[in-house]
Design a protein around this ligand. Sequence first.
Ligand code: AMP
Length: 198
Amino acid sequence: MTRMLIIGPPGSGKGTQAERISERLGIVAISTGDIFRAHVKGSTPLGIEAKKYMDAGDFVPDSVTNEMVRSRLSQDDVENGFLLDGYPRTPAQIDYLDGVLAARELKLDVVLQLTADDEELVSRLLGRAKELGRSDDYEAVIRHRLDLYHTQTEDVVATYAERALLARVDGIGGIDEVTARVMAAIDSSITDSVAGGR
Ligand code: AMP
């Protein structure tokens, strides 16, 4: 059973890789971005609140996001493992997740970071904006989301590196090629952690 996180800048393909990991490991993938988008689509109170931040490329406030994740992690399907996609993204979210996991005596096995060059990401996201009409994919918003990634989420990555949970994977390349790298990185991290007696 695997409990893991996937972290990557906007446009790194983390959603696509998350789906593949979820299928291959038989664990549920929980994407905070997808949950927010579903709420926006359904015009729920949470969706109306979240949309203001999403459209501007800002993070939805920690209090809202944390509570949503806590509630999702209390569902039965996470008992066989889970993959959190896009959470935690701020140091305060790490603390919150630590608390939720500790209360259930659960530990993360691996934190996967997908890496990609900013200019490559901007051009991918501008292409996607044209195809899907996502309102958070205009260039100024894209650059703002990348800035937040560098200023906040990279601190999150550093914390998991200090905890020796981090596996970095180059996210540039064909989707299958990246999946092969991702699966190899997960396999070796999990083997290492078992060998290390964690
Ligand atoms: P994503 O699809 O993961 O890029 O998420 C889309 C948007 O949802 C982000 O740009 C944020 O506005 C919001 N969001 C998703 N996850 C989080 C999070 N962990 N904390 C705050 N906002 C989030």
